[in-house]
Design a protein around this ligand. Structure first.
Ligand code: ZN
Length: 196
């Protein structure tokens, strides 16, 4: 059954099922000793939990100031936001950047964006437009642009891409697996909306 025709009770059931499974995933990343990078991916995962619990794609991102090591922006997928007229661009990376820029100036020289899933083409270009040079993704994705398919960009963007550092997370595998699992769990039934 497609999500468009989902009754409120079916939606509630689907979201409740996701919430139960999220608890199991949360336990898997309940690790005491973390590197900085694992801590940032864990923070991005916490954002992805929020999106999944809200019934949309479980993807989260945080914007980190590499100098102070502080998280200065947080975001998660909000494609199901019924108030924002630009809901269709509310992917985790864009939400996190918007949150960051609402409290910080536009100099992103020292910024690193940690996202749970490899950025899609729209977010890949948005990150480049924002001037972000470093991106770390918790897991790869078939729709990913920056890391898996950088050569598919047009020559203009390819040249810019050659000057930035976008890579996959290399820390404890539990985190990468959790990034993928939350996304896979949350997208059940949702992809039909994009396919139309
Ligand atoms: Zn995106």
């Amino acid at each position: 059954m497609s999500i468009q025709n989902e009754s409120p009770s079916d939606r509630a059931k689907r979201v409740a099922k996701i919430k139960n499974s999220l608890d199991t995933i949360r336990q898997s990343i309940n690790i005491d000793i973390l590197t900085d990078e694992e801590g940032y991916i864990k923070a991005a995962l916490e954002e992805s939990f929020k999106a999944a619990q809200n019934g949309t794609y479980g993807i989260g991102a945080v914007v980190v100031d590499a100098k102070s090591k502080e998280i200065k922006g947080r975001g998660h997928n909000k494609l199901n936001d019924s108030q924002d007229p630009a809901f269709f661009v509310l992917h985790a990376e864009i939400d996190a950047l918007r949150n960051y820029f609402s409290n910080n100036d536009r100099n992103v020289e020292d910024v690193v964006v940690y996202t749970t899933l490899e950025p899609c083409p729209m977010c890949a270009i948005a990150l480049l437009n924002a001037g972000v040079k470093r991106v770390v993704a918790g897991a790869s994705d078939r729709s990913g642009q920056l890391i898996s398919h950088p050569n598919d960009l047009s020559p203009f963007w390819k040249e810019i891409m050659g000057k930035v550092d976008h890579r996959l997370f290399k820390g404890q595998p539990e985190f990468g697996k959790a990034c993928k699992d939350i996304f896979e769990l949350s997208r059940i039934g949702l992809d039909e909306m994009i396919a139309g």
